[in-house]
Write a protein that binds this ligand. Structure first.
Ligand SMILES: *[C@@H]1O[C@H](CO)[C@@H](O)[C@H](O)[C@H]1NC(C)=O
Length: 424
């Protein structure tokens, strides 16, 4: 069959190639002996030592380990891919039984020593600890070295818009002590490669790019810029919404009849619940004061509201059980709030009266009816008691508390949600 014939041909070709390519241990050890004899790893691999070594660098991001808001540090796991040319380690592949590439321990050869520019712990070149990261050489002297590690570096963190905040961190590498005239870093790929990337539960990776720079016009730098966006659902569900609902519970105090004697206990229970809850929430919040997050202020307004409700409740209970005469100005104030309700009530009775005395009252103009009502209202001022005053206070503060809650929630969400808008 044609198919079998084709496969057979391919297999023969492959076995032929592997047969020809079969270098022995002797070949490779002879090769290593030859290229390493007289090799000085302190000397840069540039034939013209006045020229820099060109190193092509790219970055592979594996994961975001953590971002610590208090210590202001970021930990990432990544691999630095570095390509350069070392003309000293080049050979004729035919002389070594077609050995086209080989690997040499990184401790024995020159390599670009990149260190973190803003380290948290000890300063060490990337891959320094690991002699088992070998350098791969091609017969024409092209070298590839790809050390991977956990890289922890400082990062300025701004939690103003927590939990909708975006952070941008720069992981910067510098070739220790090498000047731009000695080593030139060339960005092979501007985008950070994410072939091996695994997502982080707290942070969403928005963008990862690399840039090169110069310090003092002399020392080259290579930076990986990582843009992260926090996933806010956890905080919204576990902190913001519960506090809002507790605030609504708090408003119920004004609806509870004063006679029940349970008002103060309800108010104090909700106040305590909010206070306890805030300490729990505080544990999940970044503990920095510069800058403070808007969420902290939002939670605080809720606590303040709860305390105010407590004060109003106590004062209002005192008003409720007062025995003395209500001052005239207070009576008219209360009347303004009760006016509408009373007026409607009076109007209904008036209509009933009208239907009863058909002929005579039908001719009365509406103005007269209204005037009659007002006369009745002013009579009512006499009957206003402290109970009515207390009910009015309940009404006013209940509505204001709800408005306060809605307003603060609205202001908070509109302030932080500006961060969520797409940039482009
Ligand atoms: C570095 O990249 C440039 C441009 O992509 C390329 O011409 C050069 O050969 C590369 N050098 C090495 C050592 O890989």
């Amino acid at each position: 069959m044609v198919r079998t014939g084709y496969v057979g041909a391919v297999l023969t070709a492959v076995s032929l190639v592997t047969f020809i390519d079969a270098q022995t241990i002797d070949d490779v050890s002879q090769l290593h002996k030859t290229v390493m004899s007289g090799y000085n790893k302190d000397i840069r691999p540039a034939i013209d030592q006045s020229q820099p070594v060109f190193v092509n660098v790219s970055f592979e991001l594996i994961s975001i380990r953590e971002l610590d808001e208090i210590m202001e540090k970021i930990s990432i796991v990544g691999i630095l891919w570095m390509f350069w040319e070392d003309p000293r380690i080049s050979w004729n592949p035919l002389a070594y039984n077609n050995t086209f590439t080989t690997r040499i321990s990184n401790q024995n050869v020159w390599k670009p020593d990149l260190i973190l520019a803003h380290p948290i712990d000890m300063t060490k070149a990337i891959g320094f600890d690991h002699s088992w990261y070998p350098v791969r050489y091609k017969y024409n002297g092209m070298a590839l070295w790809a050390p991977g590690d956990v890289m922890t570096t400082t990062c300025n963190i701004d939690i103003t818009f927590y939990p909708f905040d975006k952070q941008s961190c720069e992981v910067t590498f510098i070739p220790w002590g090498s000047r731009i005239s000695e080593m030139f870093i060339h960005v092979a790929e501007k985008e950070v490669s994410r072939k091996l990337f695994s997502e982080n539960g707290v942070w969403e990776l928005k963008k990862a790019t690399t840039v090169t720079g110069l310090i003092d016009n002399m020392y080259p730098t290579y930076s990986v810029v990582i843009e992260l966006q926090r996933r806010p659902t956890y905080i919204i569900v576990n902190a913001v919404l519960p506090v809002l609902f507790m605030g609504l519970l708090n408003v119920l105090v004004f609806y509870l009849p004063a006679k029940s004697g349970e008002r103060v206990s309800l108010a104090i229970t909700v106040l305590l619940a909010i206070a306890v809850f805030l300490t729990l929430v505080g544990d999940n919040m970044p503990k920095t004061s510069q800058p403070m997050s808007i969420l902290c202020y939002f939670l605080l307004t809720n606590l303040v509201l709860s305390s105010l409700i407590m004060v109003v409740t106590v004062v209002n209970l005192r008003i409720y059980y007062k025995e003395t005469e209500v001052p005239r100005w207070l009576r008219s104030c209360v009347l303004i709030f009760k006016c509408k309700r009373k007026f409607r009530h009076k109007n209904d009775t008036k209509v009933d009266a009208l239907t009863e005395s058909k002929d005579a009252d039908v001719k009365k103009s509406p103005e007269v009816v209204v005037k009659d009502n007002w006369v009745n209202e002013s009579d009512d001022t006499e009957s206003i008691t402290w109970r009515d005053v207390s009910e009015t206070v309940d009404l006013v503060f209940g509505i204001s508390a709800i408005v306060w809650l809605c307003l603060t929630a609205l202001v908070f969400f509109s302030m932080v949600s500006t961060q969520r808008l797409p940039e482009n």
